[in-house]
Design a protein. Structure first.
Length: 405
């Protein structure tokens, strides 16, 4: 008897016991931008927004790490941890930052929220989040995710959180006052729609936070390291967050990883060199994870220097523009920013049907709303290191699926 997580073509993963993996099309392996099933199918993953699958450099590092020291507790420091912390700290001007590596973006966000509340020493306990955002599935991150029916499921969530509409500048500014400890923002909204923050939004919110002594937390666990063009989205407006949450691609699809990067004076106000038990996790900053994360940064930096990300954006934009022109009766709008794309259908039913059709044809897209009401938008998130041929294959599959829908 097997118990596997299977892609169920409804917008996510489901867990179910199956007698034979090949009978259910379970994932057997992966390489590049493709997932391979036991039954021999090949699925092009334009849904997860990962780095890539089974990159040989990362696989080699994993093998080396397993032969040396893959996991350790926090009692001892390690050279890979020091290297990663130094590299990530350069995100802040002059490297004046404290980095907390951990095992997932949700854990990093929990740490960021804890740090923000500690910074205000109990005088403020309100957190402002955004409706429909996805900050994680732990209790603290669920509190600020702005999912309307969450209290109905769990009855009580631990943080005093207020949610405002995504991208509505004046609504956010009016919500910020002297009772607020922190504002949590994501650069992209994927729940029920596909939206990017409007130009000038981050700067206006940053200014409001400064006026009221509120910390700005930017969650770039999905958009960080070039997904939307810039290394981090906030750099487009030269807005410096107080705490940056990142992760996802840092693990290279080899190990789970997350981190938060905080301005030094904020960390020192709470932890400084006090009891290390105040914050941490048993396996946070484990050596093999740090080595993998550093190699991921090497790969992404070399890729950036080569000009490949700009070329990928051009390919994606060109492909989607041609598709919209060819199928105007189906597609009302397209969106491209960096290596994030989207196609908007005229109604949610049409989008949902196409989502299923594309998945069966071997192309996995991101369903912006898998609920019965659905969304008009389907998002396209190729791996950050997708090759030119993989992007061309993806555009060809989109064309074929639209023609035969």
């Amino acid at each position: 008897m097997w118990t596997e997580q299977a892609y169920d073509y409804k917008g996510g993963l489901s867990s179910a016991p199956v007698e034979d993996p090949s009978a259910e099309g379970e994932i057997a392996s992966a390489s590049g931008s493709f997932l391979h099933t036991f039954s021999g199918r090949r699925l092009l993953d334009f849904s997860s927004g990962c780095l890539t699958y089974q990159h040989p450099v990362l696989v080699d590092e994993l093998k080396k790490g397993l032969q040396q020291m893959s996991l350790s507790g926090r009692m001892f420091f390690s050279a890979p941890l020091a290297t990663l912390v130094n590299r990530l700290s350069t995100v802040m001007p002059g490297g004046r930052a404290v980095v907390y590596p951990c095992n997932s973006p949700a854990e990093a966000m929990e740490g960021a929220l804890k740090l923000a509340l500690g910074f205000h020493k109990g005088r403020r306990n309100k957190i402002i989040g955004v409706k429909g955002s996805c900050q994680g599935n732990t209790l603290g991150t669920l509190s600020i995710s702005g999912i309307s029916d969450m209290p109905e499921h769990f009855g009580w969530l631990p943080l005093n959180a207020v949610s405002v509409d995504f991208g509505q500048k004046m609504e956010m500014i009016e919500a910020i006052d002297d009772s607020v400890a922190a504002v949590v923002i994501e650069p992209i909204l994927l729940s029920g729609t596909l939206q990017l923050l409007p130009e000038g939004y981050l700067k206006a919110v940053r200014d409001a936070c400064l006026r009221h002594g509120v910390l700005l937390i930017v969650n770039e666990s999905f958009t960080g390291f070039g997904r939307l063009g810039h290394w981090f989205s906030w750099q487009a407006e030269d807005v410096l967050p107080d705490i940056l949450v990142t992760g996802n691609v840092l693990g290279g699809n080899i190990v789970p990883y997350g981190a938060y990067i905080a301005r030094t004076h904020i960390n020192n106000a709470v932890y400084k060199r006090k009891d290390p038990a105040l914050h941490g996790a048993t396996t946070a900053g484990f050596p093999m994870g740090c080595v993998i994360a550093c190699k991921v940064l090497d790969l992404l930096e070399a890729d950036r220097l080569s000009g490949a990300p700009a070329n990928r954006e051009r390919l994606l934009a060109h492909g989607l523009t041609k598709i919209q022109a060819r199928f105007p009766e189906a597609i009302s709008q397209i969106m491209v920013k960096g290596l994030a794309g989207g196609i908007r259908f005229y109604d949610a039913g049409m989008a949902n049907n196409f989502f299923h059709h594309a998945a069966k044809a071997g192309l996995l897209l991101h369903n912006c709303d898998a609920s019965p009401s659905g969304s008009e938008w389907l998002a396209i998130f190729p791996p950050l290191l997708a090759t030119e041929s993989e992007l061309i294959d993806g555009m060809a599959l989109l064309n074929q699926c639209l023609y035969h829908r």
